[in-house]
Write a protein that binds this ligand. Sequence first.
Ligand code: GLY
Length: 395
Amino acid sequence: MASASPSPSASPDVLVVGAGVIGLSIAWRAARRGLTVVLADPQPGRGASHAAAGMLTPVSELQYGEESLLRLNMDSAARYPAFAAELEEASGLPSGYRACGTLAVALDADDRAVLKDLHAFQSRLGLASTWLTSRECRRFEPMLSPAVAGGLHVEGDHQIDNRRLVAALLAACEREPGVTLRPARATALLTAGDRATGARLDDGTDVSAGQVVLAAGCWSNAVEGLPPGLLPPIRPVKGEILRLHVPDAYRPFLSHNVRGVVKGGSMYLVPRADGELVIGATENDLGYDTEVTAGGVYELLRDARELVPGVTELPLVETHAGLRPGTPDNAPLIGRTGLDGLIAATGHYRHGILLTPVTADAVAELLADGTVPDVVRPWGPARFTATTGKELSYA
Ligand code: GLY
């Protein structure tokens, strides 16, 4: 990746607006297909990609009414081992992928009823998950509280260290001669007639490109010049998240991802191989606020302690808040927009890390060959305009 800015007149095949895991992986994959790519982001990898926990858990985080999204989630999870191996080879860095499995556990009898329903739903859909008694939960994870009322083992739900993933994607782009990073914000879309032709950056330069990919998470609609209603609203959903450290003497502390249902709320603990323990996450619609609150930290630690009393012994290393990009149906926007030359890859809400491989592969195929892979076809932005044939107004 050429690190400094090329001449303002440089005209790549593709301009990617936003260098989180989605934009970075699209740039990497597209360059591997022979396209030249400029990536514009003032702080690559420092948004939701930095805040996330990296759970790759389509089965244990299954939501009612999201059966069709499940297909996309499962497809992306299945791509992860090969995607991570290829990335490690390309970057020379670890990807942070960890095939650890997931336990979903319930604190009390009401929480157990919630998980029993989830288990029945998973079974109806043919998903692999095994019901566990309290004792069986503790056989898997001895640090769980004896109060845990039961749970599920999902052997195929794993994790990736999202910060290692960002570092590896940046290094892979760095090694890819076709990718140029511009550390600047795209402020306005450039158009000619009915076609996107590039973007203006806040360093005062214009980048003209054959195609533009909008991958700016909850800031995607902030790019000036987007035709009104082209994309649905993308709301920022704040998530506070904690990082603790498990000293050598306490390891292994947890071996699986632990997703908890605690008095009706849900939270998770994600143990890394290097001793990091991620505890998340709150979920609030508070606009672009990224303040970490005492209440958010308290709730996460309170619920984590109910499930795993030993967490209070661990050093608290970091508190952080990020903004998930939420669409009206909480599903991503992947595909052509109503403006020629402009492709959306945004709105991944709670699943940006999980959906990275499928989004990157699909968008790279669309950019290089002009075809939309079947797996992402339902998730194009056109689904918000399909009934009227016109763009909707959300004003
Ligand atoms: N995917 C986990 C979260 O959004 O908190």
